[in-house]
Design a binder for this molecule. Structure first.
Ligand SMILES: *Cc1c(COP(=O)(O)O)cnc(C)c1O
Length: 462
């Protein structure tokens, strides 16, 4: 299996190299040169299987020679063993033809655990085989960081540095990053917003001398291996609801476009998806793009669904690559316009491609709170604000197929918003009840590339 860059000017890589490298050297993202297909019979055979078995069958063809069957099976088993639900990703009905896919039973209570726990296991296998050590640097709007820390803490082949916007993550999110006491974990609060953090990480990857010196590796949502791990639960939930004998629709609370792009890959593999709906909060660049064809940055407006507070959606480049017919140079051109002029206008053909493959909607802050309250009143389910954005937008796109809204985080991760909407403060699951009592460890730093690079060089183990 070969992976190519969305900007067409970086070497092709195998799965393992694409996973360890994350961002291509031409600034692009790796995508599979071809998408493997699952036949209707193969999809039907997934129904009723354990999550781990579905994961193996869905991911195996993308991994090629990088890992043996036994290695992959072992990694999957270890990745999901710590989840707090036997189904891993249970489906729950909330309306006549509307379902929640609960993706928050992992160690940090958000869907990012699905990809991160697996990637931790795969990194460990690959690095110990190579006798190498890497420095993982990631930017987070909240949930990626804690998921990465939980996945890599204590591994001796890895140092993990997580940049988060100071004061812009919830207290639970911050504590999940600052309380692990492992020596290889470094939480860094940047004086800036999430896009600043993401830009710093990109700049470090583009500083090739630094990148090589510290053996930089990325696990942000641009990492192909993360996208791949997320493809699995689309198949798991769809087959639970009748695929391949009937189509299913999905609505995905979207920020960096990683999760919904995984749904698109599931569709390209052969899953029949009636609608794939992008749900944004008030930071609605993707909804505006589909509505108008203009992809234009606005400043980030902090919201009650902070994990979706972005103005640049990094995985959108992968969809753009397909929308532009696989023309890496055209992608590079538009991304340069985005960087230099703050936006670009999609060519008509690309806009039509996007509209044919995705629908979209947005939820305001008030609509998000109203949805949390209404879902609680009508079903008894307590949902997090990200999930509420999804539910609100999903209700605007109900059709014949069952609608699955991805429930991306546990409500206890965002207790203030949930309490405002319902009057109830959702409790943390028992296994993390002492989170508020553990001591925190964090370094606050300016939004300054040189300063952060220096800190990383000093702190990493050698
Ligand atoms: C990361 C995250 C999202 C957005 O997912 P993307 O893959 O970045 O689009 C939505 N909800 C929650 C709770 C998240 O942590």
């Amino acid at each position: 299996m070969r992976y190519i860059s969305t900007r067409g000017a970086a070497p092709e890589l195998g799965f393992e190299e694409a996973m360890l490298t994350a961002l291509a050297r031409d600034g692009g993202l790796y995508v599979p040169a071809e998408v493997p297909q699952l036949s209707a019979e193969e999809i039907a055979a997934l129904a009723g299987r354990a999550y781990e078995e579905i994961a193996f069958r869905v991911m195996r063809p993308f991994i090629g020679e990088a890992f043996s069957d036994a290695e992959l099976e072992g990694a999957i088993a270890r990745a999901y063993a710590g989840f707090g639900h036997a189904a891993r990703a249970p489906v729950k009905q909330i309306g006549a033809n509307h379902f929640l896919l609960e993706l928050f039973h992992g160690p940090t209570l958000a869907f990012k655990d699905f990809a991160m726990q697996l990637i931790g296991q795969l990194f460990q296998l690959a690095l110990s085989r190579r006798g190498e050590r890497v420095t993982i640097v990631g930017a987070t709007s909240g949930d990626t960081g804690s998921a990465a820390i939980e996945a890599f803490r204590g591994l001796d082949a890895v140092d993990v540095f997580i940049l988060f916007p100071e004061g812009r993550v919830s207290e639970v999110q911050r504590r999940q990053m600052t309380t692990p006491d492992d020596g290889n974990v470094h939480a860094i609060a940047v004086k800036g917003d999430f896009d600043d953090c993401q830009a710093l990480v990109k700049a470090m990857f583009n500083d090739h001398a630094f990148r090589d010196r510290v053996h930089l590796a990325g696990v942000n949502s641009i990492n192909w291996a993360r996208v791949l791990a997320q493809v699995v639960y689309y198949f798991a939930s769809a087959t639970a609801l009748g695929a391949p004998h009937r189509p299913v629709s999905f609505t995905v609370p979207t920020g960096n476009f990683g999760d919904i792009y995984a749904g698109h890959i599931a569709r390209r593999m052969g899953l029949e998806v009636e609608r794939l709906v992008i749900a944004t909060n008030q930071n609605d660049i993707l909804h505006r793009t589909l509505a108008t064809g203009a992809h234009v940055k606005e400043g980030v407006r902090p919201s009650i669904s902070p994990s979706m507070d972005i103005q640049v959606s990094s995985n959108f480049e992968r969809a753009l690559f397909e929308a532009l017919g696989g023309e890496g140079r055209a992608v590079a051109q538009l991304m340069a316009e985005l960087a230099e002029q703050g936006g670009f206008t999609l060519p008509q053909g690309a806009l039509e491609w996007l509209r044919a493959h995705f629908a979209s909607g947005r939820a305001s802050e008030e609509e998000t709170l109203d949805t949390i309250a209404r879902v609680f009143r009508t079903t008894g389910e307590v949902i997090c604000p990200h999930t509420a954005v999804g539910v609100k937008v999903a209700e605007e796109h109900l059709g014949r197929a069952p609608m699955v809204t991805l429930a991306t985080a546990h409500p206890a991760k965002f207790p203030d918003a949930v309490e405002r909407a319902t009057g109830l403060r959702p409790p943390l699951p028992k296994r993390m009840a002492d989170l508020y009592d553990r001591p925190e460890r964090v370094t606050v730093i300016a939004n300054d590339l040189a300063a952060i690079e220096k800190l990383i060089e000093e702190r990493r183990a050698r």
